[in-house]
Design a protein around this ligand. Structure first.
Ligand SMILES: NC(=O)c1ccc[n+]([C@@H]2O[C@H](COP(=O)([O-])OP(=O)(O)OC[C@H]3O[C@@H](n4cnc5c(N)ncnc54)[C@H](O)[C@@H]3O)[C@@H](O)[C@H]2O)c1
Length: 338
């Protein structure tokens, strides 16, 4: 199949492009190269797969249309290009909207007018569900627990966009669904929480697992937002890449595929539990200070993957033990360079 991957030299993009090429697909990348560290991913993709990104900003419709005119039709677009940080979105909500909301509409509208058989798969966020403060949580020594949701959260949670990032991702999610409902495009929007794996260049406000593992291994004291009992279900980027392929085979026209996607209950982890795993396996002492919670931070997000599994048969295959040891090994190999 012929794929376009936007944001293709980003973290998830690099893993997806690698998987697609290794399984025999033809892949074209666009990316504006704005994320720090992606030049390393671009180098990796060029050396390993011989692919170079086209430098294009998805918020600039004219540039996008000029690019599409040079291309034959795509079977699938994986639209990963995005402004990824809540804090950045608070600093500059206009730019956040231009990239996440307008950028998604630019792509959908072009596909609607020129190539309505092209499938469009977009990345949304668990932030669409707001701070979840109406949910009842209990507390163990190491984590918060959403006692009434033993299988994780499904898509029946009410939408409650928080922060400019939540709004722009929410708009994109709604457009993806509506362009199927109104125009019959085949689309899906993944309501995604924490992805981890190789090729991530973390910041303190995005890519928390890789960030915390890096800080801990480098012996730096970590300032936490909250008391470290926040829980996420970690999804390995290679599992996510496999899901994209299955979605391309299964999404239907005139259907709204807005899907919670994550590592699920068995791959859930709190910050304190991450620290204790690192201390046990590496024999180090993780130094940290607790602090006030970040506004709108969810105490728990664990995805109930039932809907995406029913549609595609997909389930995460890479467990935390493997994924975290791979991550630790990769961070150790770069120790003191990051
Ligand atoms: N990583 C996660 O845990 C996670 C969770 C939820 C949602 N997502 C979403 O998944 C997508 C990919 O995330 P990621 O973790 O790979 O982030 P990333 O920052 O590594 O990748 C995003 C890529 O988009 C590019 N980009 C940014 N603005 C652009 C623009 N205007 N035009 C073209 N390219 C642009 C960046 O240079 C980068 O290569 C994003 O949309 C993100 O919001 C990620």
């Amino acid at each position: 199949m012929r794929w376009l991957v936007t944001g293709g030299v980003g973290f998830i993009g690099t893993n997806l492009v690698t998987h697609l090429v290794e399984t025999g697909n033809d892949v074209v990348i666009i990316d504006d190269m704005s994320r720090i560290g992606v030049d390393l991913n671009a180098k990796f993709l060029k050396e390993k797969l011989g692919i170079k990104p086209n430098k294009i900003d998805v918020s600039r419709n004219d540039d996008l249309l000029t690019f599409f005119r040079t291309q034959s039709k795509f079977d699938v677009i994986a639209h990963l290009a995005g402004q990824v940080s809540l804090l950045e979105s608070i600093n500059d909500p206009m730019r956040d909207f231009a990239i996440n909301a307008q950028g998604t509409l630019n792509i959908l509208n072009h596909i609607r007018m020129t190539s309505d058989e092209t499938i469009v798969l977009g990345m949304s966020s668990n932030k669409l569900y707001g701070d979840l403060n109406k949910i009842r949580f209990s507390e163990t020594d190491t984590r918060y627990v959403a006692t009434e949701w033993p299988n994780g959260f499904n898509e029946s949670l009410p939408l409650d966009f928080h922060g400019p990032y939540g709004c722009s991702k929410g708009v994109a999610d709604q457009y993806l669904a509506d362009f199927s409902r109104t125009y019959g495009l085949r689309t899906a929007s993944l309501r995604q929480s924490s992805v981890y794996g190789p090729h991530q260049h973390p910041r303190s406000d995005q890519g928390w697992v890789t960030h915390l593992v890096t800080e801990a291994i480098n012996g730096r004291e970590i300032q936490l937002n909250g008391i470290g009992k926040q829980v996420r279900d970690l999804l390995h980027a290679v599992d996510l890449a496999k899901l994209f392929v299955l979605l391309a085979e299964n999404v239907q026209a005139f259907s709204t595929h807005q899907l919670n996607v994550g590592g699920g209950q068995s791959n859930s982890l709190s910050i304190l539990e991450l620290f204790s795993r690192l201390e046990q396996t590496l024999g180090i002492k993780v130094m940290f200070k607790t602090g006030p919670e970040r506004p709108s931070d969810q105490k728990v997000f664990i995805s109930d993957n039932s809907a995406v599994t029913a549609l595609t048969g997909w389930q995460p295959e890479i467990n935390l033990d493997f994924g975290l040891s791979q991550l630790v090994e990769s961070v150790q190999s770069k120790k003191h360079t990051v």
